[in-house]
Design a protein around this ligand. Sequence first.
Ligand SMILES: Cc1cc2nc3c(=O)[nH]c(=O)nc-3n(C[C@H](O)[C@H](O)[C@H](O)COP(=O)(O)OP(=O)(O)OC[C@H]3O[C@@H](n4cnc5c(N)ncnc54)[C@H](O)[C@@H]3O)c2cc1C
Length: 399
Amino acid sequence: MPDARRHALVIGAGLAGAAATASLARRGWLVTLLDASSGPAHGASGLPVGMLSPHITRTPTPLSRLSALGVAHTLAELQRLVPQGSGWQACEVDNLGHDPGRWPATLVRPAALVHAWLEEAHALGGLTHRWNTAVQRLSSAANNDTSTRWKAWDAQGRCVAEAPVVVVAAALGSGDLLTGNAGPMSRDDLPLNPVKGQMSLGPQWGAPLAERPRRNDGVYVPSYQDEGLPPTWPGAIWAMGSTFERGLRDTTVTAEAHERNARSLETIEPAAAQHLRSELAENRLLGWSQVRCASLDRLPLVGAAPNAEALRQRLAAARLGRQRVALADVPRWPGLHLLCAMGSRGITLAPWCAAQLAAQIDGEPTDVDPTLMAALDPARFAVKNARRPGTAQQPVTTG
Ligand SMILES: Cc1cc2nc3c(=O)[nH]c(=O)nc-3n(C[C@H](O)[C@H](O)[C@H](O)COP(=O)(O)OP(=O)(O)OC[C@H]3O[C@@H](n4cnc5c(N)ncnc54)[C@H](O)[C@@H]3O)c2cc1C
C-alpha cells in the first residue's frame, strides 16, 4: 500500500524537474509530473548540444564549488543511464579567453538524460505524467492531521493534481506560478529573470573546421554526432552559441542573433565564422532559441519556499526589523519546494541540485558545506528584503 504522504507533484519536465522526479522515485516516492508542453525537455532543456564543464575561478566561489560538484554528478548520471554517442560525448575544449588552456569537457544533449530519468522513474513504478497541463495556480489546505495538501489548478479552474509535497521546477514559469494570482510569494522574494539565447548550427560533413570544441565568447562545437538527435535535425552537426539577450522571453530565431554568433565565432575560428555567414546568406543555417531562467545573484534556488509575509510579521512582532535573521529561522510554506534558476548551466547544476533537494524533502541530513546550501536557499532574497525598511508586501494568500 503506497504511503500517501510520500507523493509529490513536480511541475516542469526539463532537466530540473526530471532530475527531481528520478531522485524522488529512487527514494520510493510517487511523483506526478506536470508540464505545459506536449512532452519532456521542450523548454531550455531541448538544447541540441551543450557543454558540461566546471566554472573555474582563482579563489573558490559558490558557483565554482557548485559546478565542480555538479560536473562530477552529471557525468556519473550520464555514464549510468545514457550510452555514449546517444546523448553525450566526452571531449576536450580549448579555452582561448578565461581560464586559458585545454580542459576535459563533455558535450551533452540534455533531452537524452531527461528521457532516461523519466524511464528510470517509470520502471521504479513511481511516475505518473501529464503533458499539455499548464499549472496556473497552487493552493494549500491543512488536513485534519495538520499535514498540508497542495492542489494544482489549470487556467479553466480545474484541479489537475494534488499531493502533500510540490516541487516547482518550471524555470521562469515558477515565477509566474508562485508570484501571480495571489500566489504564495512576491516578485521581490522570487527574483527570476529571462535571458534569451540562440544557437546557430548546421549539418556537419567533410572535415571539421577545428580539431575540438573551442571557447571564448561562446562555444564553437566543430562536430557533434548523436544517433538520438531528433529526425528534424541532421545526425551530425556543428554548432556555435549562444547569445545572451537579457529581458527577452520570446523564442524566435533571428538573423541578428545569428550575426552576433558569427562575430563571436570570428575570435574563435575565422573560417567557421565565414561558413556560418555563407550558410545564413544561402538560407541554409539552422537555429535554436530558448530562454534561460536566471536569479538575481545567478545562483539556483534549491529548497523549501519561504513564507515571507510570516517572516515580516514575526520580525515586526519581535521588533527585530533590522537584525540579521538566520535562514533556518525563516518560516516556510509546508511542502512547497523550489528547484529553478539554473541559468546557463543547467546541465552542470540541475542534477546535483535535484539530488540535494530530494534528500532535503526526505529529511536526510546532508554532508554538503552549509554555507554552500545557504547560498542556494530560496529564502535568501526574502531575508534581505525583510530587513530593508519600506519593503512590506501586499499580504498573500493561498487557498
Ligand atoms: C541557447 C542556450 C544554450 C545553453 N547552453 C548550455 C550549456 O552549454 N551548458 C549548460 O549547462 N546549460 C546550457 N543552457 C542552459 C540550460 O539549457 C538550462 O539551464 C536548463 O535546460 C534549465 O532546465 P530547467 O528544467 O530548469 O528549465 P526548462 O528546461 O526550461 O524546463 C522548464 C519546464 O517547465 C515547464 N513549465 C513552465 N511553466 C509551467 C507551468 N505553469 N505549468 C506546467 N509546466 C510549466 C515548461 O514547459 C518546461 O518544460 C543553455 C540554454 C540556452 C537557452
